[in-house]
Design a protein around this ligand. Sequence first.
Ligand SMILES: C[S@@+](CC[C@H](N)C(=O)[O-])C[C@H]1O[C@@H](n2cnc3c(N)ncnc32)[C@H](O)[C@@H]1O
Length: 372
Amino acid sequence: MTPITFYIPCLFGLEALVGDELRRLHLKDIRVENGHVLCCGTVADVARLNLNLRCGERVLVVLGAFTASSFDALFEQTKALPWENWIPRDGAFPVKGYSLDSTLHSVPDCQKIIKKAVATRLGAKYGTGQLPETGAKYQIQFGMMNDRTALFLDTSGAGLHKRGYRAVGVRAPLRETLAAAMVTLARFRGKDPFCDPFCGSGTIAIEAALIAKNRAPGLDRSFDAQKWKTVPGESWMDAAEEAMDQEYDGNYDIWGGDSDPKAIAIARSNAEKAGVEDLVRFEVADATAFSRSSDYGQLVTNPPYGERLLEQEEAGRLYRAFGQAAAALPEKWRVYILSSHPEFEACYGSLAAKKRKLYNGMIKCDLFMYYR
Ligand SMILES: C[S@@+](CC[C@H](N)C(=O)[O-])C[C@H]1O[C@@H](n2cnc3c(N)ncnc32)[C@H](O)[C@@H]1O
């Protein structure tokens, strides 16, 4: 099988975790870089990666990379790539991308040139001047930085954080990929009691249940490449079978609490959609009165940050009250809190043993890790 280079974009701070996931999936030549991870695999890995990755944002196939500082160079080098290996005669191939610190800085112009170059190549290969673009979608992505252009095909479609279980219109939800990363960084495997006392729509607890069960996060959604002729139908079935064979049955102690009854109703409904309603308990509860009698456990949470000054003061008071509750937990509890609040540790009442910089969308946060 012809080797394929994959490019997995991810949230800043999650690159090493994505690298670990790729290693566990036995991909080759893994290169962890800023904001993405590269690796080599086969066409069967298109399905395996989309179904299994918890922390990556999407799965792109690298078509080529070159230096171009003129539209002519961009056109010719794009046209020289073997697009027909992927895109059939009726394939739709929209183009999107970005340009940073490059001579060709107009994104719409670059989009037009790339589109024209691919159409010229495919038209010549299929012997037609008119490509209908009525078939499956082959989203072309380009990334330009310092005149270096990379061209990709997006196999995922909707981002991998869209697992398919989350209700729309939830306030300040956490990306599923970031929630999975927090659970992974807490080294939760399903054995210890697990709590999120500011659970909102339940994302962290649901991702914890999926991790405990070793359930592949992409099993309940579809991907653009499922309609591609180049990725055989069996590879999706084989990947799904392989993933389901590795699921565990077990009883887990996973709990989510929130003071807002509406959030709890949404969390319960999301857990049901994710198929983990029997593994997670959600309750209306005040985090400032949080307590547990079990000797050990993991608490992973994403409390309100307070974006504006007044709200920041309010968030500070909440952290103080919650910090006192957390300090009363038995000694072997480990606590992981994601916050962008500039005074988090001072408000919470103790310095974290470790901190890790993570991005919740555009918001720069720290994951404060406490273990005594
Ligand atoms: C940033 S949101 C959590 C979002 C969640 N991670 C998700 O993915 O949907 C913070 C949550 O804390 C809840 N909250 C605020 N004060 C609380 C308190 N004293 N006790 C429990 N929950 C509280 C809010 O209702 C809100 O749902």
